[in-house]
Design a protein around this ligand. Sequence first.
Ligand SMILES: Nc1ncnc2c1ncn2[C@@H]1O[C@H](COP(=O)(O)OP(=O)(O)OP(=O)(O)O)[C@@H](O)[C@H]1O
Ligand SMILES: [Mg+2]
Length: 262
Amino acid sequence: MALVTLEAVGKTFRGRTGSWEAVRDFTLDLAEGEFTCLLGTSGCGKTTVLNLLAGFEAPTTGRILLDGIPVRGPGAERGVVFQGHDSLYDWLSALDNIGFGLRLRGVPKRERRARAGHFLAMVGLEGQGAKHPAELSGGMKQRIQIARALAADPRILLMDEPFGALDAMTRATLQGELTRIWAETRKTVLFITHDIEEAVALSTRVAVMTRGPGGTLKAVIPVDLPFPRDRTSDGFMAVFRQVHALIHAEIVAPPARAEIDA
Ligand SMILES: Nc1ncnc2c1ncn2[C@@H]1O[C@H](COP(=O)(O)OP(=O)(O)OP(=O)(O)O)[C@@H](O)[C@H]1O
Ligand SMILES: [Mg+2]
């Protein structure tokens, strides 16, 4: 059985100006240990899918199962790394940010510190745990977010463009670190990006969405290449081209009618 199942999931937001169908008929299984990248153009519904899976939003149609049980809200077995890097608590040190979820669960201070320290080192920030978010660079804050999510030992890691706001070099470094961490932990990951190269570099498969409104799953491309990935290899280029063609078709397609209710 898949760890996570999204069954014909749809989400329509209703507001004062009408309603907006963000996601339509989205069906996808996530197997244990798999690293899936969810790729699509801006506004196609990627974050919406993640928010539904995280339990921050409820689907309008369809259902989401975790271990066969319907998701009814957020839970510690789903760790979230948000788009942007402003979700850390300013008043806590890096180490205490990492250990925050453990504190909520009543893990004693000594154990909390030890585990937070372990994950601080895992993201390459050993010795920098006393710094506060204001004293950290953007890339460091992203690492702390990843360490915080890992420290809670979730069944699945949900990552929403975690490297989107970083410069190319920091981004490449963190991509390499994430690959190493994934190889170590074999966590199930759903990683959102609109960067094709990033998707092919990190994942075991790339799920491509159509553009919105009513974004849905277009194709799932397996990435059966050894880690660490050589981005200049023929195999990498071949997958890149395949995914690029799928995405490009979404960019050049004629505008779809916005499904706004009167
Ligand atoms: N809370 C909300 N209320 C109304 N509409 C929303 C809400 N959240 C998202 N939407 C709409 O749903 C669509 C999908 O948004 P979403 O944030 O999922 O896109 P995305 O694929 O993550 O885009 P990006 O790559 O830019 O982050 C957009 O048209 C957006 O305006
Ligand atoms: Mg988004």
